[in-house]
Design a protein. Sequence first.
Length: 465
Amino acid sequence: MVDGQGRLFPMADEDLSAARSEDAFDPTAPLAARLRPRTLDEMVGQQSLIGPGKVLRRMIEADQVPSMIFWGPPGVGKTTLARVIAHQTRAAFIDFSAVTSGIKEIREVMKRAEAERALGRTTILFVDEIHRFNKAQQDAFLPFVEKGAITLIGATTENPSFEVNGALLSRCKVFVLKALTEDEVAGLLRRALGDPRGFGGMGVRIADDLLAAIAAFSNGDARRALSTLEMVVLNGDEDGDGAVTVNGETVAQVTGQRSLLYDKLGDEHYNIISALHKSMRNSDPDAAVYWLARMLEAGEDPLYVARRITRFAAEDVGLADTGALNVAVNAFHACHFIGMPECSVHLAEAVIYLSLAPKSNSSYLAYEHAKRDALTTLAEPVPLVIRNAPTRLMGELGYGAGYRYAHDEEGKVAAGMQCLPDSLAGTAYYQPTDEGREAAFKARLEQLKVLRAAASHAEEELPSG
């Protein structure tokens, strides 16, 4: 251990025993657990971070490990890397699950870490699935991270910019762990076949093209690759000499249904919903239906998809086809009533309709423009003419003075009455397009502009006094 002044402290006997226990080989454990890397050199992938001379490796070797967030897809070594760091820096390691722990458990762990710190020992607190903690739970870590009582290492499959609160994120370095390449996974599988902790003593025979097929099936997930290898070996044909031969039929049976690369709690979730939106926006119904199927067949909540489609109907189709919102809302209700798999056809109908509908984002742009002005003019007073005057005092102060009831006016428009604050008078937020039905709205808006211009001109010609 290293104290705040750089002095080394030996691990206590119980810590050393625990470390040896963790490293002990258990032949009954799953293959992925037996082959868990013990050092940086045994790790597969992430060489841009932990390769010789790379930034994270230098931090670890110098025993200057900051609080960190590891962001990456499943099976790329987030938990393993945290354990290797603790082992190499001889720090106490506490594995903490965001799924099963709350603020009470956080406080208990922090009390232990404070005790270790008083003895000059560093504690690495590893929090798996840190994105599952709510804001209050994440905030509970802050004081301990700030004063150095713990080194926090969080792991998440979701973009930490969205799922980790800003105060905690600002105190952590974020390292992006990438999915393993097929070559890296194939190398890991070959190591498993020769390593005594794996199948090194069994004489497994399996062709390189079958290893490549398993590597491709794993989608860059080392844990999935090793689990698949274990299944095919256990289901292989045992020869007379005790060796095991794995043939293509066995591999095909195990990998017959390729798992979709879609984690509805992970970053790919955002990538695929983005692909659906952009395909519809680009009027490509084929691509849109494909991305819809990718989400639904991977287990996405159909109501989530329906909500996003409903937003799209107003944001990207808008007034060009005012029936689009009805189609989207009806699809949402259908999903609510009957669920999957039956509602997939309702969502497909909505997605195709929205893809082929004329497009206008004028409502979205109008609101965004108005929002910017609203945020900078929050104190701008409402014009007196359109203020309500429920009391005599308000009337005496001029509230509602000069108000004209639009239904009593020609064309149902009180053309000369100003409804925007003086500083924004004349601002045009809504800019209609010529697409679909919006062409009619554009023509109506032009008529209103003519009416208002004529009213303004007439007021200018009125004699003063």
